[in-house]
Design a protein around this ligand. Structure first.
Ligand code: ATP
Length: 298
């Protein structure tokens, strides 16, 4: 759906995006993660043909951008750098203008499409007050509605939950997952690890303009090879696990032993047979945060 080769953008002496090889596949919810200033927005703008690359190529929906922009963009729903809207018009009127800019048949079908899209983003109840009086979260939802109006094959969203409260974030996450289940590929940029972790199937991490990680989330969150054994019998456990015990942790989750052990079932059997009360036994997984921090080191 999106493929770039050596995509680069320099602003004078600053290389905002540096030799990017992105690979976003059909059906992905692709999380494009990076700290402030790492080059996410510049990348998104190049993908949409809003900014010209200094070098390299970008393909969107199999076609070269920005050359094929007129053909590609009607199939792409995008929201970049906050939603744009006319402040003096209502949300419904704004959407009508967006809708009118494309083909769409009879007036009644346009009206129905707008009502349905407003409903989908949680603005179904919205009255006719102007967008200038909207909260940031409402503006964000309206921006998403504009992106969704044309039932795009690909959604490109720059920080889509910016300004939303926890309930709003949850609703937008559910909506994006639902759209993805219906066949829409989603590419979203964010600096929020938790957002990416809860939503995405594949992750790309940008650091100082370079793509330092690109892999399925499940692979990044792979097992560490350690097992956390929750038990009140710390000393007995410690005496049995000489050599494989790496750490004893005491925190709000109660005491647990971190053991390097490839076979959790065998470990459990051995501990229980020796009289250690095991309340839980959990294979440890890597945290996305650790992966990102490690890969982003200069
Ligand atoms: N039009 C421009 N002229 C000069 N420098 C720019 C321009 N646009 C972006 N930059 C620089 O390019 C770098 C990347 O910026 P960009 O906005 O793409 O980052 P970002 O990852 O989207 O950050 P944020 O999360 O803060 O939006 C920054 O150093 C920024 O100052």
């Amino acid at each position: 759906m999106i493929r770039t080769h050596g995509l680069t953008k320099a602003y004078g002496a600053i290389t905002a995006v540096d030799g990017l090889d992105l690979d976003v596949r059909e059906g992905d919810v692709y999380g494009f993660l990076g700290a402030n200033g790492s080059g996410k927005t510049t990348t998104v703008r190049m993908l949409l043909g809003l900014v010209l690359a200094t070098s390299g190529t970008a393909e969107v929906l199999g076609e070269e951008m920005p050359k094929a922009a007129r053909h590609v963009l009607p199939q792409v729903g995008a929201m970049v750098e906050g939603p744009a809207a006319y402040d003096h018009l209502s949300g419904r009127r704004n959407l009508a203008l967006v809708d009118a800019s494309g083909p769409g048949g009879a007036r009644s079908s346009r009206k129905a499409r707008i009502a349905e899209t407003l409903e989908r983003v949680g603005l179904g109840h919205v009255d006719d007050r102007p967008v200038g009086a909207y909260s940031l979260g409402m503006r964000q939802r309206l921006g998403l509605a504009s992106a969704l109006l044309r039932r795009p094959r690909l959604l490109v969203l720059d920080e889509p939950t910016n300004g939303l409260d926890p309930q709003g974030i949850h609703e937008i996450r559910e909506l994006l997952l639902e759209l993805n289940r219906e066949g829409t590929t989603v590419f979203l940029s964010s600096h929020l690890l938790a957002e990416i972790e809860q939503l995405c199937t594949r992750v790309g991490v940008l650091a100082r303009g370079r793509l330092v990680v690109q892999a399925p989330l499940a692979e990044l969150r792979g097992p560490t090879g350690r097992v956390a054994v929750h038990t009140p019998d710390v000393e007995l456990g410690r005496s049995l696990l000489d050599g494989t015990l790496e750490e004893v942790v005491h925190d709000d989750d109660g005491p647990r032993l971190l053991v390097r052990e490839p076979d959790p079932a065998a470990l459990n059997a051995r501990l229980v047979a020796a009289g250690v009360r095991v309340t839980a036994l959990v294979p440890e997984r890597r945290h996305l945060e650790d992966v990102v921090l490690e890969a982003s080191q200069p």
